[in-house]
Design a protein around this ligand. Structure first.
Ligand SMILES: Cc1cc2nc3c(=O)[nH]c(=O)nc-3n(C[C@H](O)[C@H](O)[C@H](O)COP(=O)(O)O)c2cc1C
Length: 487
């Protein structure tokens, strides 16, 4: 809004009255000065301290460029139209005081451009006095320091990250091999204060025998810009702990390395967990390897994801060659009978044992259906394998395939066969014995009968002879009655 009492008189708005007064004295240099001011990068404002509310009487081109307000629009107004709700009242109080007392100041204000966007204004205000030392004007120099502010804000954010982050961060001077910055997390992990380590040699935190390795890794980082490795660090109290280190080389615009930033993490827990996992894996492998059962784990496409050495001994396939192959590639003939059914049931979550054992020849992976072995099931090298199918679940408990456990039941089968054969023999023997005993019984009975008959006959004959003799001796056929002759 223009001040009607002070019309613009050309140029950038210095009052006509003042201009003509000056013109009389030194018009040419003044015009030159105005043109020079107009070429500046910074905004320049002149306010008239003698008029009410200190209105703008001059603004250069840079002011227009910085704020977006045309000079015509601002002349005659107080500069406060540039302020926004976020403008710091403390900084404004400084300017107010300077205007009141006719002194100089320098402040940083958040201002609003004509389009509403914000910018940081580094404002210097200087009081101008006439020859009688009366305050006449103020000159304001406005610098748009938004970029510097953003950078400062970013730097402050990074500084906070450095200070507050939970993992160890250090900056190292690659020439002198000393810490130039140490964050509290790194210092704490090592039992020092950040101040104690800042400026100290990197060797403070390394066991002496690890320094060679560190040098080597830093050489790699220098070549490749980055290196990541595990090492060991020393605490102030002499104890050691395993660390994961990530080194990045920071270069200047010309590409020269100026510092090394290292991110250091205590990996004691990870190492312990790794050790436990290794022990658990070793245990599982040991159990599996020494098991007399074959173990094959298939994924959903029925490809082998793991198996134990059993299959090498029994099927003549190396474990390495088995991994990744499908069950059908691995065991020719397997799809010729109801294999699918068992897999489907296992994939539905059931654990199911095959009804009959599978037959194959030792050292070969061809599998024959029960009763379908063309080489004859009684061969010496025939193996009877009884599979059990169970779902293979991933760590979330989802079914991810099938575990097949194969029990070698050859011995059992042989014993069973032998048992059946001896049972059979026993049956036959029992029947034979029964027959022999019957015949013997009959023979004995017959012999007893015959022998008894002839004995009775001979007794009878003896008795007859005795009776005859008795009759003859008594001379009377009825002189002596024998008991059994009595009626
Ligand atoms: C020469 C001069 C230039 C000024 N430039 C600005 C400016 O660019 N932005 C701003 O917010 N205030 C600026 N001010 C401050 C305001 O004009 C005013 O002094 C401030 O708002 C405090 O006074 P008030 O409480 O009356 O508003 C300037 C002041 C002077 C004297």
């Amino acid at each position: 809004m223009e001040d009607p009492g002070h019309p613009r008189t050309g140029g950038r708005g210095i009052d006509a009255a003042e201009k003509s007064a000056d013109k009389g004295r030194s018009g040419e240099p003044l015009r030159l000065l105005e043109r020079a001011i107009d070429t500046l990068r910074d905004g320049v404002l002149i306010t008239d301290a003698r008029r009410p509310d200190n209105p703008i009487v001059y603004a250069n081109s840079a002011f227009e460029r910085i704020t977006g307000y045309p000079v015509t629009h601002v002349q005659g107004r107080n500069c406060r139209f540039l302020q926004c709700p976020e403008t710091d009242p403390d900084q404004l109080a400084v300017v107010r005081e300077c205007v009141r007392t006719g002194t100089n100041c320098r402040v940083e204000l958040l201002n609003a451009r004509r389009d509403g966007t914000r910018f940081w204004n580094e404002l210097s205000v200087s009081a101008v006095r006439d020859v009688d030392d009366h305050l006449t004007h103020f000159i304001g120099i406005l610098s748009d320091v938004s970029t510097r502010h953003e950078e400062q804000a970013r730097a402050a954010t990074w500084q906070r990250v450095f200070e507050q982050t939970g993992f160890g961060l250090v900056q190292v001077d690659p020439i002198r091999e000393v810490f130039t910055a140490v964050n509290p997390a790194f210092a704490l992990e090592h039992g020092y204060s950040a101040d104690e380590l800042t400026g100290a040699s990197v060797a403070y935190v390394y066991p002496p025998e690890r320094l060679g390795e560190l040098r080597h890794k830093n050489e790699i980082a220098a070549l490749e810009g980055h290196a990541s490795f595990e090492s060991e660090h020393l605490r102030k109290d002499g104890t050691r702990f395993p660390v994961q280190i990530d080194v990045t080389i920071i270069r200047d615009p010309a590409g020269r390395p100026i510092s090394r930033i290292a991110y250091v993490r205590d990996i004691t827990q990870r190492k312990t967990a790794e050790g436990e996992i290794r022990a658990a894996r070793h245990f599982t492998e040991e159990v599996l390897e020494n098991s007399n059962h074959g173990m094959i784990v298939y994924d959903l496409d029925l490809r082998v994801v793991a198996c134990n050495r059993f299959i090498e001994r029994y099927f003549g396939i190396t474990r390495e060659s088995a991994i990744g192959r499908t069950i059908f590639e691995l065991f020719p003939g397997i799809d010729s009978y109801s294999q699918d059914m068992y897999f489907e049931r296992a994939l539905r979550g059931e654990t199911v044992a095959a009804r009959l054992p599978r037959i194959h020849v030792k050292g070969s992976s061809r599998i024959y259906p029960p009763g379908g072995n063309p080489d004859g099931e009684r061969r010496e090298d025939v193996i009877w394998a009884m599979p059990t199918y169970a779902p293979h679940r991933d760590s979330q408990g989802n079914i991810a395939g099938v575990i097949v456990a194969i029990a070698d039941v050859t011995e059992l089968k042989r014993t069973q066969d032998e048992l059946a054969a001896s049972n059979d023999q026993l049956h036959r023997l029992t029947a034979h014995l029964e027959q022999v005993r019957e015949e013997e019984r009959k023979r004995i009975a017959r012999e007893i009968h015959d022998e008894l008959g002839s004995t009775i006959t001979s007794i009878r004959m003896h008795l007859e002879a005795a009776r005859g003799a008795l009759h003859a001796a008594l001379g009377h056929p009825h002189g002596l009655l024998l008991a059994h002759d009595q009626p």
